[in-house]
Design a protein around this ligand. Structure first.
Ligand code: KG4
Ligand code: ZN
Length: 356
């Protein structure tokens, strides 16, 4: 079964074709990072306009890269939740229209659940060369989902059968990377730029706090972000009243690199400690990481060192937002769900994974 996936929930317009939930035939991603970088974050109106400009060419390229015509496509899967409303509307409207005119079943996909399915793609057609996992993960599956909007631990007993066991009580970890990068004067998006700066710094230069929470598998990153702000203010000889947006001009390279490394070490240790705790308690058959922050090499190193099983990581290109994960989940959803009425699909910008 060949599924065309369409993703437009935030600042990537993407389309991809995946066969039987595991074989990648094409993967087209148009990133808006350069457009939003000058504002230091995603501007929703600009994101929606950019999706509108590129969505048709992106879908066309996904078909041609896969050597497919519409006759070769069995169904369409599209992100309908969660995300920016204007962005979600463009992808869903495109998908609904295409489902109607080409008479294809349409499946609505939850973006955060789909991130986990990047780990199910283990084959690709000849013109692609991603370093994919060798086999699919087995159930019960513990997934650490870490992105710009989410930090959660979800235990899957099977496709579509899962339980949220822990989550952030405040900021998502990706959001913390983005905010700390701003304090240090590093470019948007913060995750990759902090990782790069951290390579030049000492992860033990600053001792930063790890929040103690009631929920055994819950996270918190807002105290860590404030601790970074206070340490940087002190580091440049200012007190806590000094405005954070003036800090980048005063931070020198040593402080920038040491703080990037110390922050990254602590944020990742928080994620790894909770994942280890959940692993010990639930004894899953496999563990996967998913979402933009899963691209982080320090996370991969610390997690592999902390767990007694080997982890087959998904390639970085499938960790950040893409439509291959949407098409992959579309296949498994098609085995359990009825198709959605294309005349009646509404977007749900703040739907969490627990309420599907
Ligand atoms: O999954 P994603 O592409 O979009 C959302 O669904 O949010 O995740 C984006 C987040 C951003 O906060 C970005 O800073 C973070 O993922 N990110 C990283 C890395 N690459 C992207 N965080 C840490 N290390 C990275 N290498
Ligand atoms: Zn995402």
């Amino acid at each position: 079964m060949r599924i065309l996936g369409i993703e437009s929930s935030c600042d990537e317009t993407a389309a991809s074709i995946v066969e039987d939930g595991e074989r990648l035939l094409s993967n087209v991603v148009n990133s808006q990072i350069n457009i939003h970088a000058e504002y230091g974050g995603v501007i929703p109106e600009i994101a929606a306009r950019s999706h509108l400009e590129v969505i048709n060419p992106v879908i066309k390229k996904a078909l041609s890269d896969a050597n497919c015509t519409w006759d070769d496509i069995d169904a369409i899967a599209v992100t309908y939740a969660p995300g920016l409303i204007g962005s979600l509307l463009i992808g869903t409207l495109a998908a609904r229209t295409l489902a109607i005119i080409h008479h294809k079943p349409l499946y609505k996909i939850h973006h955060v659940e789909a991130h986990v399915y990047a780990n199910f793609i283990n084959q690709q057609s000849g013109n692609l060369s991603l370093s994919l996992p060798k086999k699919q993960p087995s159930f019960p599956l513990l997934s650490l989902i870490v992105s710009g909007g989410h930090s959660q631990l979800v235990l899957f007993q099977n496709h579509g059968d899962y339980q949220l066991i822990g989550q952030t009580q405040d900021d998502a970890v990706g959001e913390a990377f983005d905010k700390v990068a701003k304090i240090l004067g590093l470019p948007y998006p913060g995750g990759p730029s902090i990782s790069k700066a951290a390579k030049l710094g000492d992860p033990h230069a600053f001792t930063l706090p790890i929040a103690k929470l009631q929920g055994k598998y819950d996270f918190s990153f807002s105290g860590l972000k404030t601790a970074v702000l206070r340490a940087v203010q002190r580091g440049v000889g200012k007190d806590f009243t000094f405005p954070s947006h003036e800090l980048p001009g005063l931070v020198d390279d040593k402080l920038r690199h040491d703080m990037a490394a110390s922050f990254q070490f602590t944020a990742i240790k928080t994620l790894v400690d909770k994942t280890r705790q959940a692993y010990d308690d639930f004894q899953p058959a496999s563990v996967v990481i998913a979402g933009g922050v899963a691209a982080n090499q320090e996370l991969r190193h610390q997690l592999s060192a902390a767990l007694p099983l080997s982890i087959d990581y998904a390639p970085i290109q499938l960790c950040t937002d893409n439509a291959a994960m949407i098409a992959a989940l579309g296949y498994y959803r098609a085995q359990i769900d009825q198709p959605t009425d294309p005349y009646d699909l509404e977007v749900q910008p703040s739907l969490s994974m627990t309420s599907i």
